[in-house]
Design a binder for this molecule. Structure first.
Ligand code: PXG
Length: 305
């Protein structure tokens, strides 16, 4: 056997190692990060064959838990993946993971993989799906980003085609989004806006997109190839409560270039203003008043539940 060079071994001890005090829920057991292991034969690892959810915990409560569980099971259904527990059991497991970590404000990552199987992509080659729940703190955009807004580029990498694995499935394969995010970083930008194969705007790499035009809100419909965000749905409700017209509209980049305001919505980011696209200022290049009002409404909403 050839020993790995020491430098390679050392580099495995990295600064991103999980907090050893975390407790991970994995297939019905609560274990330490060191014990929370999946097999190299798990098809989630081998093929990205699985689904996930990212969920916030605010004030010791799991935010929009029912909606996230429903979307998880819909994603799984679409991939012919049987989640090996009922929705009620899933809810109980999510609460157990939260409580085992004493999390008041944080984040849950729920993952269902196809499970351990033979090498080979056939679905019949695996025994039982695995369920993993990680409760942790969350990496947010820094506060100044909410003040100044995001600078975005249009990604060359397209959102996956709705006739391919649907973008409505929150699958373990995020490579197009990861590459689009890398494009943004390489361009010195904060985030990338992804187009579909028709050149229509879909969403950010992990957030849905809204524009304000002539005082109305527009966001692409699911048929354009987006993840139907839970934050998106809530923001549509909050905007309508404020009396705004909210439409699901096919958008092209032109609509963003000429928009009064633009913002992204998602579990991690909540609502974050977008102030430029491809170096062009949106509106006056500052977070807009409607965006700011909705940011306040969102904070008020999540603080009261
Ligand atoms: N589009 C995509 C492609 C997403 O992945 C959203 C929109 C927003 O959906 P919600 O339901 O969250 O409003 C997402 C969600 C992470 C992370 O760790 C990513 C998401 C959510 C939470 C964490 O990168 N994406």
């Amino acid at each position: 056997m050839i020993a790995a060079p020491e430098s390679t071994m050392a580099s495995r001890e990295n600064a991103y190692a999980p907090d050893p005090n975390l407790r991970i829920w994995i297939d019905g057991e609560i274990v330490s990060p060191a014990e929370a292991k999946i097999s190299v034969f798990d098809h989630g690892l081998l093929y990205g064959d699985g689904v996930f959810e990212g969920i916030r915990i605010y004030n010791g409560r799991i935010f929009k838990d029912r909606e996230h569980i429903d979307r998880l099971y819909e994603s799984a259904k679409c991939l012919l993946l049987d989640v090996p527990m009922s929705k009620e059991e899933m809810s109980g497991a999510m609460n157990a993971a939260m409580e085992a970590n004493n999390i008041i404000d944080g984040y849950l990552r729920v993952i269902v993989t196809r499970g351990v199987g033979l090498l080979g992509i056939a679905i019949g080659h695996t025994a039982c799906p695995s369920v993993i729940i990680i409760a942790a703190s969350i990496q947010l955009y820094p506060p100044e980003v909410y003040q100044r807004g995001l600078r975005c580029i249009t990604a060359g990498t397209l959102r996956n085609h709705p006739s391919s694995t649907s973008p409505r499935v929150k699958s373990l394969n995020y490579l197009n989004n990861i590459m689009a995010k890398a494009e943004a970083k390489n361009a010195g930008s904060d985030e990338a806006i992804m187009l579909n194969s028709e050149g229509h705007v879909t969403e950010g790499t992990g957030d849905n997109l809204f524009v304000v035009r002539r005082g109305e809100l527009h966001t692409p419909p699911p048929s354009e190839g987006i993840l139907e965000g839970i934050t998106r749905r809530l923001v549509m409700e909050l905007a309508r409560k404020r009396g705004y017209t909210v439409a699901e509209s096919a958008l092209i980049r032109h609509d963003i270039y000429v928009a009064q305001e633009c913002f992204l919505t998602g579990t991690a980011a909540e609502i974050v203003p977008v102030v430029s696209l491809d170096g062009r200022a949106i509106g006056d290049g500052k977070p807009g008043p409607i965006t700011k009002d909705l940011m306040q409404d969102f904070i008020a909403y999540r603080n009261r539940v």
